[in-house]
Design a protein around this ligand. Structure first.
Ligand code: GLP
Length: 254
């Protein structure tokens, strides 16, 4: 099966859809494992999942594994992904603290931290993986490159990623230059993957991801190799997937 495309009027509606997909997985598994992402895009998903929790969905048995974290930022740093996850999700739900996994960006030995994290991913096969997409096609922090690494690794962030993510920092000089990220194989091992993207700025990269070939310089395109991917878009981010009549195009570009 190719990638399933779902296009919504607003990110809000899209977030509700992703939360309902997650709910199904949570209800179907005794110990559901959710792979979670950060960035501005999944916020609406977290919001909708929090609403489901408030209306009765129990998350006590859920295990979460985050995709990535900046190297050198402590969990208390407001720009860290630890901080983000607490603020936008964990503070509002009943996921048990011991079931929450996020790479430790301030581990004294980052190489060891990558091995520790890989072991967590292997022990807890991900049932439902949410990913956003960087403007350059990165997933997690798997940056465009000649080769993509399979497992958790330390990555030097590309200038364009530092520039793009500077919007969350006081000053671009404060954006970390390195990060820890799950590798592409770890992402592809998830049973089900949901890629979310919103806004006109993402329309080109979404088009390349869905309709282009599988290329290491568009890391998100590797998701084409997975058998259960849903691409959740708003009308703007989906605009590059439409033909002249406004129908979804299936025409691959080179
Ligand atoms: C960061 C994260 C990615 C995320 C990307 C896009 O670089 N590491 O996981 O997909 O930002 O962020 P946004 O959703 O804000 O566009």
């Amino acid at each position: 099966m190719g990638m399933r495309i779902r296009i919504f009027d607003t990110p809000h509606d899209a977030g509700i859809h992703v939360a309902s997909l997650a709910e199904r997985v949570i209800l179907q598994n005794q110990r559901p494992v959710l792979g979670l992402a950060t960035g501005s895009t999944p916020i609406q998903f977290y919001h909708a999942l929090i609403n489901l929790h408030k209306s009765g969905l129990d998350l006590a048995d859920v295990v979460t594994i985050n995709l990535d974290e900046y190297a050198s930022l402590s969990p208390h740093d407001a720009q860290s992904y630890h901080f983000y996850m607490n603020k936008y999700f964990f503070e509002h739900v009943n996921v048990a603290p011991e079931n929450i996994h996020i790479p430790n960006g301030i581990a004294s030995d980052l190489a060891k931290e990558c091995l520790r994290y890989d072991a967590i991913v292997q022990r807890n096969p991900i049932d439902f993986q949410v990913v956003g997409i960087g403007m350059n096609g990165h997933i997690g922090f798997n940056e465009p490159n000649d080769l993509l690494l399979s497992r958790t690794h330390v990555v030097a962030l590309k200038n364009e990623t530092i520039e793009s993510n500077a919007r969350f920092f006081d000053d671009i000089s404060r954006v970390p230059q390195y990060a820890i990220t799950m590798g592409v194989q770890s992402i592809l091992q998830a049973k089900q993957i949901v890629l979310m993207a919103f806004g006109m700025d993402k329309s080109c990269i979404v088009q390349e991801t869905v309709l282009g070939g599988v290329r290491t310089d568009v890391p998100a395109s590797v998701l084409q190799l997975h058998h259960d991917v849903t691409v959740v878009l708003d009308k703007e981010s989906a605009s590059g997937l439409m033909d002249k009549r406004g129908n979804l195009s299936t025409q691959q570009t080179s």
